[in-house]
Design a protein around this ligand. Structure first.
Ligand code: MV4
Length: 499
């Protein structure tokens, strides 16, 4: 069994991993950049080591320093979290070469799934439905145009080294193909240092549904059901839930079995996610595989009762999976709303500063996976996710009402956050009835800001003002005069203006 884990990450996910380790009696080693010296993950770990300056290229991405720190601290394993080095096959290989356990998939599986054309070939061989398109990068332009016409416009040009929405180009007709190819190539080159692109049929406003899998060292693979992730804005997910209202038991079984085949086909080990697009006719297609623990993993934990971080630690320790597929049950309904340090009233501009007042919600069915606390500082150096609010309810209606209640209860002052936007989604009729796809945010919030008018009940504003006054007097009492704070009337005005 693993005894001492270095967590090569920061923020809420580092905190989440520390908590899983602590409950299993495993020691934790945090690493931190200059601006994270006093952050929550640094405080909660058993030990913490500085690894460099604020920019991640000088700290959380410096492979040598992280491995050297793990060895110095006597760690026997490295957990990468998500982002940073989590899907870097070379880093996975180097961790193992240093004699440390990599709490992740084999380097070869990371690399295979990192090349989208190789992944598509492998999925096709494994009988996993893929979006119609090419299985090779484009080599001959004339031939590529012919292929695009056979597939039928609109088509999508995607970077072979891509993923997550970067380097994609929609082509709606023949004449646009040639220039779009040039743009896609140069975007792919600058984003990934690899200009290979391939063609897929473009599916208009699909739903994005992904399956969680677990795979151990002995070739056992199970799935833990799906997460519906269609509520996103510019490839940034905002709300995730499980189960998806769209899936029938038959579809769930077929997609789950396809996800298991996908993991088996790449020699996978660890927790992983198979992403699918689902079109208007309920056809599903493999999109990509995420070879890491994901941000939205808690909704699966809440519906299945399985702790995914603990499963990762057991799998990496060489312990066989403790469940068969038949033992997995999805119970009730879970929703996650991500809380970003961004201003929904101002085109989601990143917001930085000190959290001057923090009073998170509580009560039945509420979980918060957070990386912040009152008085903590939010910088602009990293991903702007502060916290995730997760609720569980006996059914979807209860979960939606509970999430709305939790967001209304939430008080966070000092910086702008997407809390009001999450609330606007919960109050949206089409969200409530399950009528949405990946175009939801664009369609329902056309001017880019939350339609908070309808839901900003006087009561909510009054509560906000009262808390704001309390916060203000506390701030004065603690003599933090140099920290900017504003009149509650300005806050109220902003809430009113967010329509
Ligand atoms: C697509 C697609 C439509 N057709 N592929 C966006 C992220 C990247 N991983 C793949 N993405 C898409 N691929 C085909 N053939 C639409 C998207 C897409 C999307 C996918 C999942 C979640 C949100 C999305 C938002 C816009 C576009």
């Amino acid at each position: 069994m693993i005894h001492n884990v270095l967590i090569a990450n920061r923020g809420e996910i580092a905190v989440r991993i520390i908590r899983g380790c602590r409950e299993m009696g495993i020691r934790t080693v945090a690493v931190y950049s200059e601006v994270d010296r006093l952050s929550l993950h640094t405080r909660l770990a058993d030990e913490a080591y500085p690894i460099g300056k604020a920019p991640s290229s000088e700290s959380y991405l410096v492979q040598d320093r992280i491995i050297a720190t793990a060895l110095k601290a006597g760690a026997d394993a490295v957990h990468p979290g998500y982002g940073f080095l989590a899907e870097n096959g070379d880093f996975a290989a180097r961790v193992e070469k240093a004699g440390l356990i990599w709490i992740g998939p084999p380097a070869e599986a990371i690399r295979l799934m990192g090349d989208k054309t190789v992944a598509r070939q492998r999925m096709k061989e494994a009988g996993v439905p893929t979006v119609p398109g090419t299985l090779e990068p484009i080599s001959d332009e004339a031939e590529a145009l012919k292929t695009a016409e056979e597939i039928g416009f609109p088509v999508l040009l995607k970077a072979a080294a891509g993923g997550g929405g970067k380097g994609m180009r929609v082509v709606s007709k023949r004449e646009e193909f040639q220039p779009a190819l040039q743009t896609a190539r140069s975007e792919a080159k600058s984003a990934f240092g690899d200009d290979r692109v391939y063609i897929e049929k473009y599916l208009e406003n699909p739903r994005h549904i992904e399956f969680q899998i677990l795979a151990d060292k002995f070739g056992h693979v199970i799935h833990l059901g799906e997460r519906e992730c269609s509520i996103q804005r510019r490839h940034q997910k905002i709300v995730e839930e499980s189960p998806s209202v769209l899936l029938t038991p038959e579809m769930r079984q077929a997609m789950g079995e396809a996800a298991v085949r996908a993991a088996q086909a790449c020699g996978y080990r660890n927790a992983g996610t198979i992403e699918f697009l689902v079109d208007k006719n309920l056809n599903y297609y493999f999109l990509e595989m995420n070879t890491r623990l994901q941000v939205e993993h808690p909704v699966t934990e809440e519906t299945t009762g399985i702790d995914l971080v603990k499963e990762q630690l057991k799998i990496a320790s060489g312990i066989p999976l403790g469940y068969s597929q038949e033992e997995i049950r999805q119970t009730g309904h879970a929703i996650e709303v991500r809380i970003y340090a961004e201003d929904p009233a101002n085109n989601f501009m990143p917001s930085a500063g000190k959290i001057q007042y923090l009073r998170p919600p509580g009560g039945p069915g509420i979980r918060e996976d957070s990386g912040i606390f009152e008085d903590s500082e939010v910088s602009l150096y990293y991903d702007s996710i502060l916290s995730k609010l997760i609720v569980w309810g006996k059914d979807r209606n209860e979960a939606v009402a509970r999430m709305a209640r939790a967001l209304e209860e939430y008080r966070l002052f000092g910086i702008r956050t997407t809390i009001p936007f999450g609330l606007a989604v919960m109050k949206n009729k089409n969200f409530q009835t399950g009528h949405f796809d990946t175009g939801f945010v664009e369609k329902e919030f056309r001017n880019g800001s939350a339609d908070v008018k309808n839901l900003s009940q006087i009561a909510a504003i009054a509560a906000l003002l009262i808390d704001r006054q309390k916060a203000a007097s506390e701030i004065r009492a603690s003599a933090n005069h140099h920290h900017k704070w504003e009149s509650p009337w300005k806050t109220a005005g902003r809430v009113e203006n967010m329509r």
